[in-house]
Design a protein around this ligand. Sequence first.
Ligand code: TYM
Length: 357
Amino acid sequence: MPSKASPATEASAKPARPARVLSGIQPTGRFHWGNYFGAIRQYIELQADTSSAVPLQADREAFYFIADLHALTTVRDPERLRGLVHAAAVDLVALGLDPNRATLFVQSDVPEVAELMWLLMSVAPMGLLERCHAYKDKKLRGLPADAGLFTYPVLMSADILAYDATIVPVGEDQVQHIEVCRDLAGTFNHLYGEVFTLPQARLVESGARVPGIDGQKMSKSYENTLDVFEDLSAQKKKIMRITTDSRPMEEPKDPADDHLFALHALVASEPDRQEMAELYRRGGFGYGHVKKALVEAAAHFFAEARNRRAALEADPGCIEVILANGAVRARKQAAEVLARARQACGLARGTSAGRRS
Ligand code: TYM
């Protein structure tokens, strides 16, 4: 699938190293279609190749984590947060993330990342963070923001740099943060030598900015989501209420202009998608027809994942084992990078690699 060009997608990392894919996702509610088509589908596509005898050591390694430290800025109920983290892991595995081909872990199980964040905070200009949209949007809406939200892109940079990630599959809204990561890594490297690997964002054309049911970007904060594992009758009601324009039925319409078409295109088979595009161009149809097709295609698209999820839910221990194993692998990697960074900036004394045991 094509990656979309942006400043953060152009430069490449050092050659002759296996590609290291990394991404994170917040457990702030159930995953929506934006999360799936923008990011999770890429995670699955980019897992290590199973044809290798040792899948996790293949020419591509993948690390995916549940960003619970990030979620702390919005989820304040500890039991709810623990539940959301577990549910996020269940959902990711149900959607096809394979713990034998990728390392799945929880962000806070790797405390090295928090220390690395401090090293990066020391080189992070205030002005750069003030321009970041998560904080800027909240301020514009007159909402109080805490320091966690303000420094969020620095934690995200530490998340990426701690694993020497080269490829970061995300939706369009995260590209700015990956640019910040590259900036901070570049400044640190300039001051202290080649410590960090510069990552590239990876976007997919078809899912970089999934629209919500109101046509804006799909987002929990806009309350315009279709959720991956939503109750089907609730989802049907939502779909049937999707706002459409009031052009007469006979009038031909441009499919590229319509969020209902865009949502259908995500879950429909290729022939169904093409047939719908023709119908739009021909005119003479009602939006109710498209909505019904969308309800059916959505139920069909996620049916297998729903079944897998039901099986996984019945075995909560298995998910916790996957996360515990993932944490061990992730920590080993992050500890190596942190030791390198501590040594480079003068925190480590003596000849050791710089990491306390
Ligand atoms: P989060 O949890 O908001 O979203 C997870 C992923 O879903 C993508 N996404 C979308 N893609 C297309 N269209 C949409 N409407 C849409 N909505 C969400 C996001 O781009 C993201 O890829 N800061 C990150 C989590 C994070 C992270 C990281 C990501 C923390 N550390 C390190 C990559 C690398 C976030 O809040 O994503």
